[in-house]
Write a protein that binds this ligand. Structure first.
Ligand SMILES: C[S@@+](CC[C@H](N)C(=O)[O-])C[C@H]1O[C@@H](n2cnc3c(N)ncnc32)[C@H](O)[C@@H]1O
Length: 262
């Protein structure tokens, strides 16, 4: 049966879902279709049907396709001023006396974001007074994240005063200390399909919701709001301002920081 050009991508979305459990129809179509079509063409397949059939028998080809759809770009202390804001003005909202801090870095990619959070929390609290859940849909990104090893140049943005014994840099490579790594639990989690844990003091979710459709985004905001404890903070990316935050039971405290209402 001939599949019409217009429908071919819709067919691919459904076949890709069966193969990977990832629902591409919840990502903005134009960007995703363009990105994946470019890769398909580069690999020499005229149709998504042929491409996917090749992916089924070639794990490396499938891994490359998954890699292209996830976009793992990240960096330590991305938009430093915002992290400073979290550490200073929003600190009283996050840390409450007599309780350890429970944080979630959602869509954490290769780990730069949860380690940033860990360095920041360690600069204000003893290590045993905070824990971080770090999740992503992409297992290969999580494998990199768990190792906590990066080129020294990538680590340059970690402030000197936060490093101490928590970061060892030698021969152009840096290694996050095991004691700090132990504060982070890395786990696979699909924001569009898996249940959300609860009672977080702070959730950091940056530079992923921009790829989702409006419907998917709204659903995730709603779930983040209930995953926070009352008064907890949601920290989003610099292009991800939430319009009508109150619809989700959130209030804007600073640009890109939202607080769950009591
Ligand atoms: C551009 S990176 C953002 C990394 C980090 N949050 C930052 O801002 O530096 C986007 C990440 O979102 C992840 N991602 C994409 N779709 C996802 C989903 N449905 N659930 C969880 N993570 C997802 C990708 O695997 C990728 O690692």
């Amino acid at each position: 049966m001939e599949i019409g050009r217009q429908d071919e991508y819709a067919w691919f979305e459904s076949a890709f879902y069966t193969l990977t459990g990832i629902d591409l129809s919840r990502y903005k179509r134009q960007q995703m279709e363009r990105r994946l079509t470019t890769l398909r063409d580069k690999r020499g397949f005229a149709t998504f049907a042929d491409y996917l059939s090749a992916c089924r028998s070639d794990p490396a080809l499938l891994a490359e396709l998954l890699d292209r759809m996830t976009i793992n770009v990240s960096e330590f202390f991305r938009n430093r001023v915002r992290w400073d804001m979290l550490r200073s003005e929003l600190w009283p909202e996050i840390a409450r006396p007599g309780r350890s801090v429970r944080a979630w870095s959602a869509a954490c990619s290769t780990g730069q974001e949860p380690y940033t959070l860990a360095f920041l929390l360690a600069s204000r609290l003893p290590l045993d007074e905070f824990s971080i859940l770090a999740t992503d849909i992409d297992e290969s990104a999580l494998t990199v994240a768990r190792q906590g090893a990066y080129p020294a140049t990538d680590l340059a943005s970690i402030p000197d005063e936060m490093r101490g014994p928590l970061l060892e840099v030698r021969d152009g490579r840096g290694q996050v200390a095991p004691a700090l790594r132990a504060r982070i639990e890395f786990r696979r989690h699909n924001l569009l399909a898996d249940p959300f844990a609860r009672d977080f003091d702070v959730i950091v979710c940056r530079n992923v919701l921009i790829y989702f459709t409006d419907d998917a985004k709204e659903q995730v905001y709603r779930k983040f709001a209930t995953a926070l404890r009352p008064g907890g903070i949601l920290f989003v990316g610099s292009t991800e301002q939430i319009f009508h935050a109150e619809t989700y039971g959130l209030v804007q405290r600073q640009p890109f920081f939202y607080q769950r209402l009591q």
